[in-house]
Ligand binder design. Structure first.
Ligand code: HEC
Ligand code: HEC
Ligand code: HEC
Ligand code: HEC
Length: 438
């Protein structure tokens, strides 16, 4: 059975189509050996590149000193988590499956090797897969393909990576940060795959050797795929009877937070939106959908129109015809799924990159500009644009400095949810656009 599944994964790789469910199955039974089995000084805990090594060898050092995943377990013992647990009626946070499933590599006991420590938090194997079957091959000079066949998770592939990260950074059918957890004190989960990959921080170097082994993946491929996967996961949650509703209300975490959490005495007129909804209606958080629509305009214009139409129809189901929600959510999910494959391989020409930036900026300064989640996704999309222009040598040093400053200012313009002002954000966006085209 396992061999069959691996065969299926290889086949999927061969045809360039990643099937997340097949990957998940292939990962399911392998033992997780623990971070200690990766961190040796001749392996991934090296101060200097080990002789003959493909990789710098300092991955453990980066992860253990600078990566928040290292502390993901420890934060469950901290004051905030303990307060949350109390509010939720748990004796503690650190022994709760609901918390450990995202804050550690919480595989079942029988899959924990001798050196496995749950307190390692989100360790190497939480992303790279249980090492039981590939630890041996990957140190003996096997090809990357062999390692994948032995169960190494293909984190370099945008679709597989998006599935992996979003399983915790959005959630899935078994784990989810709902409004109950948020109300108890859990932070919101903003996520953009390309930006978060680089701020983790990245513990890998894309040099010639890397590209030869793994192929070249661009920032915009990662960004657009991340949007597609985030959107279909969001639709999954909306459709999931465990997550979509609570009592007489729909799940608030799927809506725009500011739609409810804003002071109403200062509002002289209803906030404008592009959703087509009337005043006083809660809006679904559609930031991933509007970003995907801008990408789709380059990938498959017909699909962009479909995202637009089904999103509008889905938003309307909150005000009229709620019975149409499952149909529209399914339709949007379908489009997002089909776009994910295209998004992972599309090559953007230099002109396309700048045109994409302009459409993202238009979204950020459009009628929904007051929506915090839109500002966030707009800015992270522009960060991916800049990363791609930079890595493909399309910015000279003067432009690079100007664009970097404009991007920093853009992030700073909405650093604080409470003080977010759409006019400040729009002004920072105009500055960014000038720097980009200057
Ligand atoms: C679906 C996955 C998921 C679940 C379930 C989950 N968390 Fe989290 N948690 C996250 C992610 C992802 C972050 C980081 C968010 C960010 O900064 O982008 C986080 C952040 C936190 C933080 C803030 C950490 C910091 O560095 O300030 C605390 C505290 C926390 N979670 C506690 C809990 C507790 C307690 C539970 C269980 C009741 C829980 N979480 C359940 C994914 C999850
Ligand atoms: C949060 C997920 C995550 C965790 C945790 C994580 N990695 Fe990674 N790792 C990645 C991603 C994403 C990449 C880049 C894509 C790729 O090349 O697979 C990567 C790349 C690598 C590479 C790159 C190699 C190359 O081909 O040049 C090595 C080696 C590596 N990781 C080792 C580790 C080790 C050792 C740990 C634990 C100390 C670890 N990783 C923890 C996600 C993770
Ligand atoms: C097993 C669950 C899990 C997986 C898989 C996972 N993360 Fe995380 N991630 C977390 C948790 C939990 C935190 C919060 C840790 C903390 O603050 O203590 C976090 C924090 C982060 C942060 C820091 C956010 C901040 O606010 O500073 C980044 C960046 C990040 N993750 C990126 C990624 C990327 C990229 C991937 C996929 C390659 C990934 N994560 C996969 C659970 C996960
Ligand atoms: C449909 C309206 C609605 C949406 C959307 C919504 N909330 Fe809430 N939120 C509420 C209500 C109602 C309460 C309960 C207030 C009370 O207990 O008095 C609440 C409570 C909270 C609390 C507890 C503190 C407090 O003010 O009581 C936090 C934190 C919170 N929400 C954050 C968020 C975040 C983050 C989002 C977006 C992911 C969000 N909310 C989306 C209506 C909403």
């Amino acid at each position: 059975m396992a061999a069959l599944v691996r065969g299926a994964v290889l086949f999927a790789l061969a045809i360039g189509l990643m099937l997340p469910s097949a990957i998940a199955v292939a990962q399911n039974n392998a033992q997780h050996l623990g971070v200690a089995s990766c961190s040796g000084s001749n392996c991934h805990g090296a101060a200097e590149r080990p002789r003959g090594s493909y990789v710098p060898g300092n991955e453990y050092i980066i992860w253990s000193t600078r990566d928040k995943h290292r502390q993901a377990y420890t934060v469950l013992q901290g004051e905030r988590a303990v307060r949350m647990a109390r509010a939720l009626g748990y004796p503690d946070a650190v022994n709760q499956k609901i918390c450990l499933d995202c804050h550690a590599d919480n595989v079942p006991q029988e899959q924990r090797g001798r050196e496995f420590q749950i307190s390692d938090g989100v360790g190497c194997e939480a992303c790279h897969g249980g090492a039981q079957n590939w630890l041996g091959t990957h140190i003996s000079g096997a090809t990357h393909r062999d390692n994948l066949a032995a169960g190494l998770f293909p984190t370099e592939q945008p679709l597989a990576r998006a599935e992996k990260c979003l399983s915790c950074h959005f959630g899935d059918s078994t784990k989810f940060v709902d409004h109950r957890l948020i109300g108890a004190g859990h932070p919101r989960l903003p996520f953009e795959l390309d930006t978060f990959t680089s701020t983790e921080p990245a513990h890998y170097v894309v040099d010639r050797g890397y590209v030869e082994r793994k192929g070249r993946v661009t920032d915009l491929q990662v960004w657009a795929t991340g949007q597609a996967v985030a959107l279909y996961r969001r639709m999954d949650a909306l459709l999931d009877p465990r997550h979509g509703r609570r009592g007489m209300f729909p799940e608030f975490a799927l809506f725009d937070c500011q739609g409810c959490h804003h002071p109403y005495d200062s509002l002289h007129a209803p906030l404008p939106t592009g959703t087509g909804l009337g005043p006083g209606t809660a809006k679904l958080n559609d930031a991933n959908a509007v970003m995907l629509e801008t990408a789709a305009a380059r990938l498959a214009p017909g699909a962009a129109a479909a995202v637009n139409a089904h999103l509008a129809a889905l938003q309307r189901t909150t005000e009229i015809d709620p019975a149409a929600m499952p149909r529209e959510a399914q339709a949007l999910r379908q489009v997002a799924r089909s776009l994910a494959n295209e998004a992972a391989i599309h090559e953007y020409s230099p002109a396309e990159i700048r045109a994409l930036a302009d459409s993202v900026i238009a979204v950020g300064s459009g009628p929904d500009e007051w929506r915090f989640a839109h500002a966030e996704q707009t800015t992270m999309a522009l960060e991916a644009v800049v990363a791609q222009l930079r890595s493909s040598g399309q910015l000279d040093s003067r432009q690079d400095a100007a664009v970097k400053k404009a991007l920093d200012d853009l992030f700073a313009s909405f650093a604080n949810e409470a003080s977010f002002r759409s006019d400040n954000f729009a002004a920072a966006l105009r500055e960014f656009q000038r720097a980009l085209h200057g």
